[in-house]
Design a protein around this ligand. Structure first.
Ligand code: NDP
Ligand code: BG6
Length: 513
């Protein structure tokens, strides 16, 4: 559970306390945490944030004194908010247990205030309501910006001026997208920093809260067998794969302005790459880890446009059922060239990774839903079993697969002898399948991240220099794709994506896993 995680990890490196925080012990009796979800009427709030808060409450991870406020323009009473929230809450923690009572208790801690995002007056009213609930205790306040990015700054300005804590900490979780290129991202950071210190800004990349992404460092740094192999000497290529078996349904308006490279590669996949490739950090402290991630990002070779393939899904009929094309969405321009698929070859020009292709592939409306890291190792030099067989030794290389989702697993493909009197080789998996090994459900990424923000743990949030480095890497190639109006390769909804991705991989001597 997140609680066990906290006890296991954070006792080793307790988070630094904010300056001016009178009592940052969130469990202490005389402090309280007020969590305001700005944009509470929206999709993310309903789908992820309220359920994550409920799960934390269920697991007894929230402080004794806490209040949740929904804030948005929609008119709603507290009862209507509770009704809205209750319709999306499910008990993921223990399906056999009746969660009804816990849900009732949780909902009683949820309130709503209707207001505009750019109204200091409305945030002052919110402040008044928060104070009533805080009842004179040390007040710690967390604002979760679950709103479209064009109103981030207005909301931060009003929240910081009119509703920040007078005697405890104030923190703001900012959802992606953090800009759409280096300039707009820097402008957003500058604007946010007019009202907040960097320590108050928690930029969320929910992939960092996924169990197997968190486990990457454990796998590398606490198992003797992996770290010595983790370099160009033994690793031939690394693949970072994201695929969804549904399109941009309902989010076309947002998506068309960003495209898959900004939506998935520049953040989720690049963050995984940085964790995968970084050097051993000095400690598990947030700054030490983020320092190492930045070094990786800054060592990356500029991405050449020839090393990128873009695609867009088109309508398709299969088995009597028809699937829409990307531009069939009414909120997407008919002539949109926005990629819904991309594959790219990236390189880290440092001593550890020189020459090793890191291949990324991300796409919507593909044949399956998965997120994976695949590590293909070099072949065994002079392999006794393949030497004179005429078989390509590359067919027998080891591969480590970290399946982030679904069905979280880590498996290693090894060669073994087929049992019997003959001598025939087979490939098998040494398999750690999480659901077979652990009875307990894996927490949703948002649970971990919200809890970390409450506890002031920044390890899994993006620091501004990391963000700058990530945009520096992708901005030039995005600009070139935009300026050249690169026509995406069209692929049918539900297919394996454009064939160009295979040519790209082949150019780097890679076969997608
Ligand atoms: P929504 O579009 O549902 O917006 C959230 C709320 O913001 C709405 O309920 C609405 O509330 C208000 N709002 C919407 N558009 C405007 C506008 N133009 N001007 C003022 N207020 C507006 O967003 P999501 O909940 O989907 O996402 C919230 C944030 O999280 C976004 O930044 C998004 O990019 C990010 N995100 C979302 C994911 C998802 O799965 N949904 C995944 C990852 C990130 P009201 O009208 O009541 O004020
Ligand atoms: C979001 C993207 O960041 O991640 C979405 O904006 C995508 O387009 C989503 O669908 C995927 O998240 P998950 O956790 O469902 O894999």
């Amino acid at each position: 559970s997140p609680k066990e995680l906290k006890e296991g990890l954070l006792t080793v490196n307790p988070p630094e306390e904010d300056e001016n925080t009178v009592d940052s012990d969130a469990k202490g009796d005389d402090s309280t945490v007020s969590i305001t979800i700005v944009g509470a009427s929206g999709d993310l709030a309903k789908k992820k944030i309220f359920p994550a808060l409920f799960a934390l409450y269920y697991e007894d991870c929230l402080p004794e004194h806490f209040t949740i406020f929904g804030y948005a323009r929609s008119k709603m009473t507290d009862a209507e908010l509770r009704d809205m929230v209750s319709r999306t809450l499910t008990c993921r923690i223990d399906k056999r247990e009746n969660c009804g009572e816990k849900m009732e208790q949780f909902l009683k801690r949820c309130f709503y205030h209707s207001g505009n995002y750019d109204s200091e007056q409305n945030f002052t009213e919110l402040d008044g309501k928060l104070k009533e609930h805080e009842a004179g205790r040390v007040s710690n306040r967390l604002f979760y910006l679950s709103i479209p990015p064009n109103i981030f700054v207005d909301a931060v300005k009003c929240a910081s001026r009119s509703a920040s804590s007078a005697n405890g900490w104030t923190r703001v979780i900012v959802e992606k997208p953090f800009g759409r290129d280096s300039d707009s991202s820097a402008a957003l950071t500058r604007s946010l920093k007019q009202y907040l210190e960097e320590e108050q800004i928690f930029r969320i990349d929910h992939y960092l809260g996924k169990e197997l992404v968190e486990n990457l460092s454990v796998l590398r740094f606490s198992n003797l067998i992996f770290e010595p192999l983790w370099s160009r000497k033994y690793i031939r290529n690394v693949q970072l794969i994201f695929s969804e078996d549904f399109g941009t349904e309902g989010r076309g308006g947002y998506f068309d302005h960003y495209g898959i490279i900004r939506d998935i590669m520049q953040n989720h996949l690049l963050q995984i790459l940085a964790l995968f490739a970084m050097e051993t950090p000095v400690s598990l402290d947030a700054e030490d880890i983020r320092n190492e991630k930045v070094k990786v990002l800054r060592s990356m070779r500029p991405i050449h446009v020839d090393d990128v393939v873009v695609g867009q899904y088109k309508g398709h009929t299969r088995g009597g059922q028809s699937y829409p094309g990307y531009t069939d969405d009414k909120t997407v321009p008919e002539d949109s060239l926005t990629p819904t698929f991309a594959a790219a070859a990236l390189f880290i020009d440092n001593a550890r990774w020189d020459g090793v292709p890191f291949l990324m592939k991300a796409g919507k409306a593909l044949h399956d839903r998965r997120a994976e890291i695949r590590v293909q190792f070099r072949h065994v030099p002079g392999n006794l079993y393949y030497r004179n067989s005429g078989t390509d030794p590359d067919r027998a290389t080891n591969e480590l697969v970290i399946r982030v989702q679904p069905d979280e697993a880590i498996y290693l493909k090894i060669n073994n002898k087929v049992p019997g009197l003959g001598m025939r080789l087979d490939r098998s998996n040494l398999n750690l399948l999480y659901k077979a090994r652990y009875a307990k459900e894996i927490p949703d990424a948002y649970e971990r991240l919200v809890l970390d923000a409450i506890e002031g743990e920044r390890r899994l949030f993006i620091r501004s220099d990391e963000l700058d480095a990530a945009w520096s890497l992708f901005t030039p190639v995005l600009k070139e794709i935009g300026e050249k109006k690169v026509i995406p390769e069209y692929y049918p909804y539900g297919s394996r994506g454009p064939v160009g991705a295979h040519y790209l991989a082949a150019r780097h001597n890679v076969k997608w896993g």
